[in-house]
Design a protein around this ligand. Structure first.
Ligand code: NAD
Length: 451
């Protein structure tokens, strides 16, 4: 669905609309900058800084330099110089709560100088890997700081925290590039963990999937189609999978991206064997598996018929578990392998009328938790995206007030697009993201629901 479906945003983007909405105290909703090939990483210079004893700033400096971004030592004064494209602070050296004041000192003069669609990023050390109790407390505090600061940003700017394990600085680049770039347009208020892990920098950051094979379920339309197109853009050969009834649309997607269409109901008894055989025989394995197929069959619990319960649990959760088991048993996911699954805010916060869907999408997070250590041993990873309100056929069918509520109840005061979910998956899928394992990242514009 195109962003033009958001009439409120179109209206308030015009000068008279902007005047009216500010007079009436209505929320502003700025169209987000989204990725286009060849686009500069940032919309303006980056201000970077760090608390004493920091350990990640050299990586930030190098990545910004390699990406052609300019850095400045202090925020430009009001009316002087370009607004900041990014403000990045390395807080890894903060070992006691008294020293958290460094955050205020650094960000206070800078936050209002962040450009539209600019980026606020804080880097820290995972609290559970802190050297002592006081260090743990100080690092844990970063989460509340970043989530609150992200809510003070305006005009489509985002704020996120990255906890980088000791010794994992070399695995940080793919995450830093993603969060700085416009590929993370609808990701805000999130905490990402980066661990040590094979993180091969691709020869070309614009084609990280060159020579790799990806399989995407539910890829004939909506978010799945966007995922398939994005992985193909990144150089992968994509096997697109959907139910036979969607065969025609599926073939169109496959043709458009030079991929392969595989009609398969993932809940069928023979689906795990059929998928494993296809990937083995045609491609000798698979590098990226994206479990996107999903359905809703809403009813309140008192009126929930067994068919509705079973259908949702089967498609969204059990089928996915069986596919993973078959692919792992056949050793088709190996070194550099990436499994990515699509959860939902409904699986985190719960939704009235969605006990089946909520259970399935929370179960999906359980899949990530249980498989992450096993995949790490194989040199592979598993992560989940949890989309919030995304403009698709599903959300277009919602009643007007529910839809408007869903759209506006987030820090960016708008719905996300399928491409926003797809770009987040592409970051997880990158060979350079070997240190990103076991994460659940919400693509929700910092939704107020379940925050
Ligand atoms: P969609 O209905 O447009 O697409 C889902 C696709 O999955 C369809 O093409 C469908 O045919 C396919 N599918 C269903 N059952 C299948 C089966 N048994 N085997 C193979 N394919 C099957 O939905 P969407 O909005 O693009 O959602 C994609 C994913 O994102 C789902 O997992 C959904 O739960 C999740 N999600 C969506 C939103 C949103 O706002 N749209 C929010 C949170 C999570």
């Amino acid at each position: 669905m195109s962003p033009t479906a958001d009439r409120y945003q179109r209206l308030t983007s015009t000068p008279p609309g902007r005047f009216l909405s500010s007079r009436l105290g209505l929320p502003e909703s700025t169209p987000l900058r989204r990725y286009e090939p060849g686009q500069p990483l940032l919309v303006g210079p980056a201000l970077i800084g760090g608390a004493p004893e920091h350990r990640l700033l050299p990586v930030v400096e190098r990545v910004l330099k390699d990406a052609g971004a300019r850095t400045v030592a202090e925020a430009p004064a009001e009316g002087a110089g370009a607004k900041l494209g990014a403000v990045v602070f390395d807080a890894s050296g903060i070992t006691a709560s008294e020293d958290l004041a460094a955050l205020r000192e650094f960000f206070s003069p800078a936050i209002d100088r962040i450009a539209a669609s600019g980026r606020l990023i804080v880097l820290g050390t995972p609290p559970e890997q802190a050297a002592d109790r006081r260090h743990h407390v100080a690092q844990r505090a970063l989460e509340g700081f970043v989530r609150s600061a992200a809510k003070e940003l305006r005009h489509g700017a985002t704020g996120n925290l990255v906890y980088v394990a000791p010794g994992a600085q070399d695995a940080l680049e793919s995450t830093l590039r993603f969060l700085l770039s416009s590929k993370s347009a609808y990701v805000s208020g999130q905490v990402v963990r980066v661990d040590e892990g094979g993180a091969d920098a691709p020869k070309d950051w614009d084609a990280p999937q060159a020579g790799r094979v990806a399989a995407v379920t539910g890829a004939s339309r909506g978010i799945g189609e966007a995922i398939a197109r994005t992985l193909a853009r990144d150089g992968a050969h994509v096997v697109v999978i959907d139910i036979p009834q969607q065969g025609e649309d599926l073939a169109k997607v496959a043709n458009a991206i030079g991929g392969t269409a595989l009609t398969l109901d993932i809940t069928a008894d023979d689906a795990p064997a059929a998928l494993a055989a296809h990937l083995q025989e045609r491609h000798g394995g698979v590098d990226v598996v994206v479990h996107n197929a999903g359905i809703t069959r809403d009813r309140t619990l008192a009126r929930m018929k067994p068919e509705r319960w079973d259908a949702v649990l089967e498609v969204n959760l059990s089928a996915q578990e069986r596919l993973n088991d078959a692919l792992l048993l056949a050793n088709l996911i190996g070194d550099g392998g990436r499994v990515i699954t699509v959860s939902s805010i409904g699986g985190i916060a719960g939704n009235r009328g969605q006990t089946n869907y909520g259970a399935s999408k929370a179960g999906v997070i359980g899949i990530v938790e249980t498989l992450a250590p096993e995949l790490a041993q194989r040199g592979a990873t598993i992560n989940a995206v949890a989309p919030g309100f995304i403009e698709t056929q599903m959300t277009a069918a919602m009643p007007l007030f529910v839809r408007e509520g869903g759209r506006r109840m987030n820090s960016l005061t708008q719905g996300g697009l399928p491409i926003d979910v797809a770009e987040t998956i592409a970051w997880f899928a990158s060979p350079a993201s070997g240190g990103v394992n076991g994460n659940v990242v919400r693509v929700c514009g910092q939704s107020l629901i379940g925050a």
